[in-house]
Design a protein. Structure first.
Length: 288
């Protein structure tokens, strides 16, 4: 799937049960040319309360997700609209979480805050779905040398999704880098109770903030490798880092995954979601 096509698909949740795919087309075609649309149904041919719409151009999705636009109302009910994650990355842990912070790794030592922000602004500065608030390269406290990773903060979850998709595997200053969603290690509670943790790097120190927040240091450390984000527990225990690497304990499925064979499944959850629905709850979608 090309980058452009991966940014053309949206997920629509909380759809009234009497809504058919023609109703999705009728509503969303005001934003641009629709090339595909579906309401997901179970084996009983009853709607599961969600579906997908594919546009011809990514700009149409930008118009749909523009925070200045009114809420989307279909069949008398406000629906939940988000980007659909491409199946190439939908199995990665944490990729369906709703976040405004992203992790970027594999950076050249020459990349600083300004050059990272310039790259992102050139690629995503015209997006209607949000703004890039900051781009920070983490540096060694003593030497000021880049640690080869950093964080990106956005004004909306929609822009975070866009960057996570488009920059999942990218080249910055000639070096391959990777972007993933920055998720705390307990799935987003973010409470700040302290707790001690062991350390593989010098000095030991305190572990991460308990109950799932960002590490201040400590915690077991597996060094970040340029090839990917493998088993990092706390990028730099001495200088602080990201506790358990944002990758622990999340549902890997999701609405943007591989829609394989059909299967019975639960309806789309309408309240209390802090992440996109787990695809495995709903069964497959006949290759859609």
């Amino acid at each position: 799937m090309t980058e452009e096509s991966s940014l053309c698909k949206i997920f629509v949740g909380g759809i009234p049960r009497n809504i058919e795919k023609e109703d999705l087309l009728s509503y969303f075609q005001q934003f641009g040319t629709v090339t595909d649309h579906v309401v997901i149904k179970g084996d009983d041919n009853q709607s599961r309360g969600f579906g997908f719409v594919v546009f011809q151009e990514p700009d149409a999705v930008e118009r749909v997700l523009d925070p200045n636009s009114c809420a989307h109302n279909i069949g008398g009910k406000e629906v939940d609209v988000k980007r659909a994650m491409p199946k190439e990355i939908s199995s990665e842990q944490g990729c369906h979480e709703k976040v405004k912070k992203l992790f970027i790794g594999g950076l050249s030592k020459d990349v600083d805050d300004e050059s990272l922000m310039n790259y992102l602004t050139e690629r995503h500065g015209s997006a209607l779905c949000g703004q890039i608030l900051s781009a920070t390269v983490k540096r060694d406290r003593d030497t000021n040398q880049s640690k080869g990773f950093g964080f990106i903060e956005t004004s909306t979850t929609h822009l975070a999704d866009r960057i996570a998709i488009a920059e999942h595997s990218c080249f910055i200053q000639g070096r391959k880098s990777n972007v993933k969603k920055a998720i705390d290690n307990q799935g987003g509670s973010g409470s700040r109770g302290r707790g001690r943790g062991g350390s593989d790097s010098r000095g030991g120190g305190r572990g991460g903030f308990g109950s799932g927040s960002y590490s201040r240091g400590g915690g077991a450390q597996n060094n970040y490798g340029n090839a990917g984000f493998n088993q990092q527990d706390s990028y730099g225990a001495r200088n602080g880092g990201y506790n358990t690497g944002y990758n622990t304990g999340y549902n890997a499925g999701g609405y943007g995954g591989n829609y394989g064979g059909r299967g019975a499944g639960a309806a789309y959850p309408s309240t209390g979601m802090t992440s996109y629905p787990n695809q495995s709850q709903y069964g497959g979608y006949s290759g859609y």
